[in-house]
Design a protein around this ligand. Structure first.
Ligand SMILES: NC(=O)c1ccc[n+]([C@@H]2O[C@H](COP(=O)([O-])OP(=O)(O)OC[C@H]3O[C@@H](n4cnc5c(N)ncnc54)[C@H](OP(=O)(O)O)[C@@H]3O)[C@@H](O)[C@H]2O)c1
Length: 238
């Protein structure tokens, strides 16, 4: 396993359930963190807990390409390129088609797909110059298996999976690794606004999901874990 000490890692969605646990684990292993989220108070509180300096905290909406580019410019001016980009941003709008609005659909695509595209466009070029880096995204099980009510979410996550697989083909002559994690239900605030009867106590925990990311960040670059599937034991969909 490669050491995390001093590795430069951006966690987008650091204020969320999985992002926050990942930030804790990576910080305790000595990674050099940059944290991005929308909720300023939550981001600053996390920064204080983990002793991440204020100029490594980015209050950004990743659907805004220009803001993501500005954050990337600041980070690259300081460190040249990231070792690892973790995209733990996402929203879950789960509704049957008859109640799904155009806004719901566009918002799902904007955050889960266009936002991921914006991160890729901003952070990949310096990795390409160095021919190395690791990019981790979380399409989730619904990025490759259908579920009733997930038309908008799955459209965004199948798209995310497809986009990253396609970009991987462009990076074959480099040591840039792209890992897509297919998580099943994970107990985080993601589920707070979803009107679906689920047994959250049977879900994967945010800590377990974060441990998977932590593990991936330590894999040697001689190989690539292109996909990882982590699901609740009693609820395996793929
Ligand atoms: N939980 C699950 O069951 C599950 C399963 C499979 C895959 N996933 C995926 O795993 C990822 C993390 O999910 P989670 O469970 O940790 O969800 P979460 O607790 O709801 O966290 C979501 C994160 O996304 C951020 N975010 C949302 N919209 C944003 C935007 N426009 N710009 C920047 N940040 C934005 C939130 O920031 P603020 O809080 O600061 O607004 C928060 O940090 C998501 O991609 C999700 O789709 C989750």
């Amino acid at each position: 396993m490669e050491k995390l000490t001093g590795k430069t890692v951006l966690i987008a969605g650091a204020t969320g359930g999985i992002g926050r646990e990942t930030a804790h684990l990576l910080a305790s292993s000595g990674a050099h963190l940059f944290l991005l989220g929308r909720n300023q108070a939550a981001l600053e509180a996390l920064g204080t807990e983990l002793r991440v300096s204020a100029n490594h905290l980015f209050v950004n909406d990743i659907t805004q390409a220009h803001d993501v580019e500005s954050a990337a410019a600041r980070i690259h001016a300081e460190i040249g390129h990231l070792d690892v980009l973790v995209n733990a941003v996402g929203i879950g709008i789960i509704k049957p088609l008859e109640s799904l609005t155009n806004d719901d659909f566009m918002q799902s695509l904007n955050v889960n797909l266009v936002g991921a595209f914006n991160l890729l466009k901003a952070f990949l070029p310096p990795m390409k110059e160095q021919k190395k880096g690791l990019i981790i995204n979380l399409p989730g099980v619904l990025g490759k298996t259908p579920m009733a009510g997930a038309a908008a979410y799955s459209a965004s996550k199948y798209g995310l999976n497809g986009m990253l697989k396609s970009v991987r083909e462009e990076l074959k002559r480099t040591d840039i690794r792209i890992t897509n994690i297919f998580l099943g239900g994970t107990d985080t605030p993601f589920w707070d606004t979803i009107d679906l009867r689920v047994q959250r106590d049977k879900f994967v925990t945010a800590q377990e999901a974060a441990r998977a990311i932590w593990f991936l960040c330590q894999q040697p670059s001689s190989g690539v874990v292109s996909e990882m599937v982590l699901q609740p034991f009693n609820h395996q969909a793929i």
